[in-house]
Design a protein around this ligand. Structure first.
Ligand code: ADE
Length: 247
């Protein structure tokens, strides 16, 4: 799977790509990430990538030409690497679909995409109209650019790749995963067994596998019911909860 990221701030990705359990996925190319700066495709001494908006108003708008040359270079590189169908182009923007487990799972099972990170007041709409196939939002707030959103999505995608997490941290145990009926995760504890008078729940110390699993499922249901009751309704509608669970 290959992601080509169009960003005016490629340096933002350095620590992200080199840190944590997902680092191996990027380093091995299991989730290949290529960074492209439109400034490298801009004309003139100043390599200008933005200009004032027609009609006036605050801020600057990313110009269409450097983006087009940058995308041409990406398309050529992907074709060289054997790609037949042009990859989808995904823009991070508040008007996109909200990023949820289903969206991550869909991209994690794909050939990848071109990820377009906007900056300033936005991107010339003509580039969006011509090339962007999907738009994704992190939520109802405005970021200064799409880079953080791209990293959020890549991280969530990398965790879902087979073999990226070791067994203990398996993604099937994560919140929202269909393997756990889309419930929220249960609480976790480690040593010491007692801290400031608070004890680790006895079931987890019992060594009895079935009891531990029952306790975890009960906790997932309790936490989901109190924090995100609509997820319980969804699971019920999908026939995933049985009477025993709900008792
Ligand atoms: N860019 C600006 N705001 C954003 C948001 N809420 N989600 C994703 N990308 C963005």
């Amino acid at each position: 799977m290959r992601f080509d990221i169009i960003t005016l701030f490629p340096e933002m990705f350095a620590a992200f790509l080199e840190s944590g359990v997902t680092r191996r996925a990027y380093a091995s190319g299991q989730v290949a990430v290529h960074l492209w700066n439109p400034r490298d495709y801009a004309q003139g001494n100043y390599r200008r990538v933005d200009d004032r908006p027609f009609g006036g108003g605050p801020g600057m708008v990313m110009m269409v030409e450097p983006l087009q040359h940058c995308l041409d270079a990406i398309r050529a590189a992907r074709a060289e690497a054997g790609e037949v169908q042009p990859a989808p182009v995904l823009l991070f923007s508040p008007i996109g679909v909200t990023l949820k487990h289903e969206v991550v799972a869909q991209w994690s099972d794909s050939q990848g995409a071109v990820l377009l990170c906007g900056r300033y007041e936005g991107i010339d709409q003509r580039f969006i109209d011509k090339h962007v196939t999907h738009q994704v939002s992190l939520g109802d707030f405005v970021l200064s650019g799409g880079e953080l959103a791209a990293m959020v999505m890549l991280d969530a995608i990398a965790r879902l790749q087979p073999g990226v997490l070791n067994d203990e941290g398996s993604f099937q145990q994560d919140s929202f995963n269909p393997a756990l009926d889309g419930m929220l995760d249960c609480p976790h504890y480690t040593r010491p067994e007692v801290w400031e008078g608070q004890e680790v729940p006895g079931a987890l110390l019992s060594g009895h596998h079935a009891n531990i699993e029952r306790w975890r499922r009960d906790q997932r249901l309790r936490i989901t019911a109190s924090h995100r009751p609509e997820l319980i309704d969804q699971a019920r509608a999908q026939g995933l909860l049985n009477v025993k669970d709900e008792g």
